[in-house]
Structures are given as C-alpha cells and as structure tokens.
Design a binder for this molecule. Structure first.
Ligand SMILES: [Zn+2]
Length: 183
C-alpha cells in the first residue's frame, strides 16, 4: 500500500513512488512546492536512515497530506462519488405548441371514445344518431348534449395525462443530457 501526497491547494495527488526521497517537490497541478511530511519520509526510507534522520519539524497548517491508496494506478483518481448529483426535476415544462397538439388529438379521440362507449352501452341508439341529421326539432340534440360532459372529462383526462407524460419524458431526457455533459 503506497501512500499518495495530495496538494492542499489544488488536490492533485502525487504517488510517493514518483516523488522519490525528495523532501520537497513542485506540485504537478499548480506548481506550489510541497513538503513531503516527515511521517511519510520515515515510512518511505529504510529504518536505519530514518533513525539517523533529522528530527521531525512541527506539523504545519496546510501541509501536504499523505493519503493511503489501494493500488498504484496512473489513471486519475475517480471523482468523489459520495456527493450525489443534484436530483433532476421529475417534471420539465411542456411548451405551448406541444400542449396544443395534445388538444388536437384529444378532442376527436374523446368524442370517438365516448360515443363508441355510449353506443356499446345503449345510451346512444342508431335512431338518435339519424335524428341528429334528419329531424328538425331541437330535442334531437339532447342525446348528444347529455354525453358532452363525459366527452369533456375524457378529453381533459387525455390532455392532462399527455402533458404529464410529456413533462416526465422531457425531464428524463434533460437529466440524461445533463448527465452526458457532466461525464
Ligand atoms: Zn497543487
């Protein structure tokens, strides 16, 4: 297990093997001269040399820290995964034109759905349908009018559901795009 020296300014890590037995070295990240802590020097040196070495200077504030590493790896250390990415919003705004398209699809579909269901349940007979076009009295509209609230409910539900689905899809896509930019 080889220790790593981390720059207190920029965080660049320097494997001790590359530092050698120098007491100080310039940081590869920011150029600041970093002192190798006495503790690490002693650990890196043979025991006999450490015993004959100079007395340890008092620890300095902001001195280079020695971090243990599991493997000696030239790849850059992975970014700290402990800090979770800010949670992406679950819903993104849906533009007006998308909502408009939702309505364009929802209105005829709602009529189709309600009148098909009404026909299936016997709430809207064939006679009532033909009367709508052939009869002349205003009461012929009543079978249609009484179905309009159902059409309204179905239509509103379709639009609401469609906008909600769009909003979630856009939020997910936005989150994926943001994740792509982060990495
Ligand atoms: Zn540095």
């Amino acid at each position: 297990m080889a220790p790593v020296l981390q720059c207190p300014d920029c965080g660049t890590k320097h494997p001790l093997g590359q530092v050698g037995d120098a007491v100080a070295f310039p940081c590869r990240g920011c150029g600041r001269v970093l002192k190798v802590p006495e503790r690490v020097q002693r650990a890196a040196q043979p025991v006999g040399v450490a015993a004959a070495g100079t007395p340890a200077p008092p620890p300095e504030v902001g001195a280079t820290r020695a971090l243990p590493v599991v493997e000696r790896n030239p790849r850059p250390a992975p970014a700290p995964a402990a800090s979770p990415a800010p949670a992406a919003p679950r819903f993104a705004p849906v533009p007006v034109w998308m909502r408009f398209i939702c309505w364009i699809f929802a209105v005829p579909l709602a009529f189709l759905f309600v009148f098909t269901a009404a026909r299936a349940f016997g709430m809207f007979s064939r006679d009532e349908l033909t009367d709508l076009f052939l009869a002349t009295d205003t009461s012929r509209f009543w079978p249609v009018v009484r179905l309009l609230p159902f059409v309204a409910v179905v239509c509103a539900s379709m639009v609401q559901g469609g906008v909600l689905a769009l909003s979630r899809a856009r939020a997910k896509r936005r989150g994926a795009a943001a994740g792509g930019r982060r990495s």
